[in-house]
Design a protein around this ligand. Structure first.
Ligand code: SF4
Ligand code: MG
Length: 344
């Protein structure tokens, strides 16, 4: 079985004064080499926390409390499996993997770029983290990378500061930076959400081209089904810290199973019919993560809610076929042993 990253029963909780937030609560999925896993859901469903957990970037009061994050890599011609969840978040090993083998880009590049340093300094520094070369060689490499992300006039760009660039250009710089270590996996967290549609389309296309060129896998976190349609080969749909549906991209659009997935699909104008379709939103708000509904957490908003069933127990994740699984009582009566209780 060809797999790059296996996330198994990941739990990341935040121990706040107001109570425990189960931001990620038993999430499992695989990412295959060269493929793109789309992670879809509304804000607050645990998508970003999942990404941060993989790289051990969760800060107190948050903590990865359980689960495995098995990263498969080749070392000296042999396969080696590293459980990232077991690594010390501040240790050498995760730091070597971060940026080098697994890189991450975010929605707002301004927060990850230092306003006080030039693009050249920051890119060169990123290169120097991965390679022991001279500053001049690092700058040459930086120029090459800017070229790869189609930023023209790389030489003069190197001397500029982040605020002198447009949002789209900054995101390209961040992508260049992410590529310095030639990662096997790029985690992209809403990388185009802050951009206008034209720039977004260009960045998405760029990312696809770079993916082909570098042969890397991607985990693409987004709330946008259009972006999912464009980028993903496989999808997990998240709701309140759980994966509610897992499928390949064709079945997501052709035969969505979970009522939440269906509601998400109904909330966008149909693909290819972009004529003034009104954006609907799903009925109801995402409940507070401090107060996750008992049973199936989607039940207060679900059109297919079955009283006494859906609010009584958490449905188990049930495979429908090799590529498709769903967590909903419409497809199986199976419940999961450990259930949501009220937060401790
Ligand atoms: Fe709706 Fe019940 Fe399925 Fe939850 S388990 S999604 S409430 S039908
Ligand atoms: Mg997020």
């Amino acid at each position: 079985n060809n797999v790059l990253l296996q996330v198994k029963d990941l739990r990341t909780h935040f121990f706040t004064e107001g109570g425990v937030v189960r931001a990620v609560d038993g999430v499992s999925f695989d990412i295959q080499p060269g493929k793109t896993l789309g992670v879809l859901g509304e804000s607050g469903c645990g998508k970003s926390v999942t990404g941060f957990s993989i790289l051990q970037l969760i800060n107190p009061p948050g903590r990865v409390i359980d689960g495995e994050i098995l990263y498969h890599r080749e070392k000296n011609g042999r396969e080696e499996i590293v459980d990232l969840a077991k690594l010390n978040p501040r240790g050498e090993e995760i730091r070597r993997i971060r940026g080098n083998e697994i890189a991450m880009i975010f929605q707002e590049p301004m927060t990850s770029l230092d306003p006080l340093f030039t693009i050249g300094d920051q890119l060169a520094e990123a290169v120097l983290v991965h390679q022991k070369v001279s500053k001049r060689a690092a700058l040459d490499r930086a120029t090459e990378l800017l070229d790869k992300v189609r930023l023209p006039q790389a030489r003069s760009l190197l001397k500029q500061y982040p605020h002198q660039l447009s949002g789209g250009m900054r995101q390209r710089v961040m992508i260049a930076m992410a590529l310095t270590g030639q990662p096997k996996l790029l985690i992209a967290d809403e990388p185009t959400t802050a951009l206008d549609v034209t720039t977004e389309a260009q960045i998405l296309e760029l990312m696809q081209n770079l993916q082909d060129e570098f042969g890397m896998a991607m985990m693409f976190v987004t709330h946008d089904l259009g972006v999912i349609a464009e980028m993903a080969t496989d999808v997990v749909v998240m709701y309140l810290g759980r994966v509610v549906e897992k499928t390949d991209i064709q079945s997501l659009f052709k035969e969505p199973k979970h009522p939440y997935t269906r509601a998400l699909l109904e909330s966008i104008p149909k693909v290819g019919h972009k004529v003034g379709g009104h954006l609907q939103t799903i009925e109801g708000m995402v409940p507070s993560p401090f107060n996750i509904p008992p049973g199936c957490p989607f039940h207060p908003r679900c059109a297919s809610f079955m009283p006494g069933v859906c609010d009584a127990a958490l449905p188990a994740d049930v495979p429908l076929d090799d590529e498709h699984s769903v967590r909903c009582f419409l497809y199986s009566e199976k419940t999961e042993g450990d259930q949501y209780g009220s937060p401790a």
